[in-house]
Design a protein around this ligand. Sequence first.
Ligand code: EPZ
Length: 417
Amino acid sequence: MDRIVTEGGIQLKGEVKISGAKNAALPILVSSLLTDGRSTYSNVPDLKDIDSIKLLLSTLGAEIDTGGDVVRIDAGGLNNYKAPYDLVRKMRASILVLGPLLARLKKARVSLPGGCAIGARPINLHLKGLADLGASIELKHGYVEARADKLKGAEIYLDLPTVTGTENLMMAAALAEGTTHIKNAACEPEIEALAHAMNGMGADIQGAGTSCIKINGVSSMNPASVSIIPDRIEAGTFMTAAALTGGDVRVSDCEPDHLGSVINKLRLAGAKIKINKKSIHVTGPDEIISVDIKTRTYPGFPTDMQAQFMVLMSVAKGVSTISETIFENRFIHISEIKRMGADITVSGNSAIVKGVPMLFGAPVMASDLRASASLILAGLAAKGKTEVNRIYHLDRGYESIEKKFKLLGAAIKRVSS
Ligand code: EPZ
């Protein structure tokens, strides 16, 4: 298994180009199933999760070809309604095929994704919404068995603004008979991006990006031709790294409008931030100031940035309280950062982070995607050598992260074993 080795203490300087957003690309590639034409997607990031979703879509009968950051998908040959456990377990977002399969093939047999390191991650709200649309849902031997002769528009009230739940239901409702309202919908930019892609295919979706989305079902949709939005979490990760190392970094090809809460907290932590149209210039402070955060749904502070920001707070002046309100087990990175000298105490869903003057390099173990990123950041700031193991987690969601950090002057390398 590969690992990443860093020598800390270098101030990052230069420009980093942000790739397409993993969490936008996944649902948008799946939405290609809603038409029997050939859709074209550009700015698709080169990630393990994207490889996984392409494998699943081809298993269902879609024809896929990839050239650089362009992916073409022709779902005209969609003929298999079964998404097997060995594919779904590798990537939970595979559950997104449920809605489109019901819409196109009127049936679906999709493995339950199961939990993951950060939590149980149930899909009860996905299933309730599909039942509201008229699907019959059964759980058998670890699979969701869903059928619907004709999906019909409905009023769907989500108990929680689930991101992939909103996406699944948008895709199912797009070809349903009549109008659907999704209330308490997720408002993330990736939802808006999916709606934009689907409306470009002939869907009729209004209100995406707000908590009430209206979908007027249409009889058929045409192929898409769309570019994937920039990855706001990748951008936030590099911005935090610039602040952490006292660096001077331009984060380009990003969407500043998607990063309001992260920019706000980094400024409170002392970073100087200049916002341009499609780039953000971050100058790290001489002294990092402790800041409290609570993770919230968009536009609140993103849970996917919690681990990275905790590393910044671990070497800040003062004490910060970091509360994780979205997932029940998203503090796994804390034990590893403490091995590097951080002073963090967990109490329920909050972590009390007492800033220390410095972290010290150590061998550490990645546990999930964003925890892995936080350990890379810790290694860039720590005195001495850090070795981050099990970085397959990282490759799921960050494109060539060590190459991008190296271009910013970091002493970082990937070691294959
Ligand atoms: C999406 O996951 C993202 N993944 C996650 O990014 C992100 O952390 C999360 O949204 C929150 O922003 C993708 O978009 C592929 P949720 P998702 O459904 O949709 C509970 C990353 O690092 N819930 O919004 O699975 C759930 O347990 C990943 O890129 C139910 O109870 O998240 C959680 O507590 C990690 N029942 C909360 O809602 C349901 O049916 C939010 O989950 C669905 C969700």
